[in-house]
Write a protein that binds this ligand. Sequence first.
Ligand code: PLP
Ligand code: COI
Length: 341
Amino acid sequence: MAKEVNIDWSNLGFSYIKTDFRYISRWKDGEWDEGQLVEDNKFYIEEGATALHYGQQCFEGLKAYRTKEGKIQLFRPDQNAKRLNNSCERVMMPGMSEEKFIDAVKQVVKANEAYVPPYGSGATLYLRPFVVGVGNTIGVSPAPEYIFYIFCIPVGPYFKGGLSPVNFTTNDYDRAAPHGTGAAKVGGNYAASMMPHKIAVDKGFADCIYLDPKTHTKIEEVGAANFFGITKDNKFITPDSPSILPSITKYSLLYLAKEYLGMEVEERDVLIDNLDEFKEAGACGTAAVITPIGGINHNDNLHVFHSETEVGPVTKKLYDTLYGIQFGDVEAPEGWIVEVE
Ligand code: PLP
Ligand code: COI
């Protein structure tokens, strides 16, 4: 009989839960080994590992979804493989084939099948792949060896409200430099975001909004998610900048807004002093899914979009379309869904 786990699926947040198996593969002398599933959730690395000293690492985030029929599916894992390779390249780590990445993801999901939340609970299995530089190096140069690792955890909403709007605030800090590593999913960007995040949360906001690091006049990102706005004439707008993390959810929404909802879409500058152009706004990402933005605080002035308590109708439609595709209730564009058999 299949294993059963005792988890209150409907009340999950976004925190660590130990599941049964994780995947580890090692790179040495120019190639990755086969990789294997292991039970131990700790691994040992050398004291001179570049990941520890110089942040030579990167990570990904994707989810496995349980459909109404009980099948398990992944949403666009090829895009995570591509982005992982881009991040690896930026910090001089070896990439890997899409096949290796997707095969490893599937192995982890399959081995932890009991932790894939049931359809209808709203919860999902979040997968966290990462690559770290290991071996002993002390000069600032790429590591001689690497580890590619994936673990998974069942998760609920990242922002507490789920589909209820939350408020964000701008801040004076930058998560990335104009020509830095903002577009790569590297840990240093997130270390840089912890203090501004705490300042925002202490003031009662869900997270902070980052403005462009050069001029501080344009919206870049919402903490660990991308920003989108719906203009009063119903266009889907999302910021265009080389220092934003290219969100797979954002690019999916750009496509769905155009092809499924018939909206005009644009990637372009979003001026923090022109929030009035939007009737609705949201944060989007794998963990955040679509989180409606109630309001944005800037210079001690809270600009409210649709409502601080109710999701707007366009955001709701985008959410239903994306969520429906991810859970298998809405037909997906070709190639977006990969079944775990
Ligand atoms: N921006 C940042 C900084 C993130 O960490 C994430 C999460 O991955 C996103 C945006 C959303 O990206 P995606 O939709 O690919 O999960
Ligand atoms: C994701 O959405 O996958 C993220 O990486 C966000 C985060 C929890 C850092």
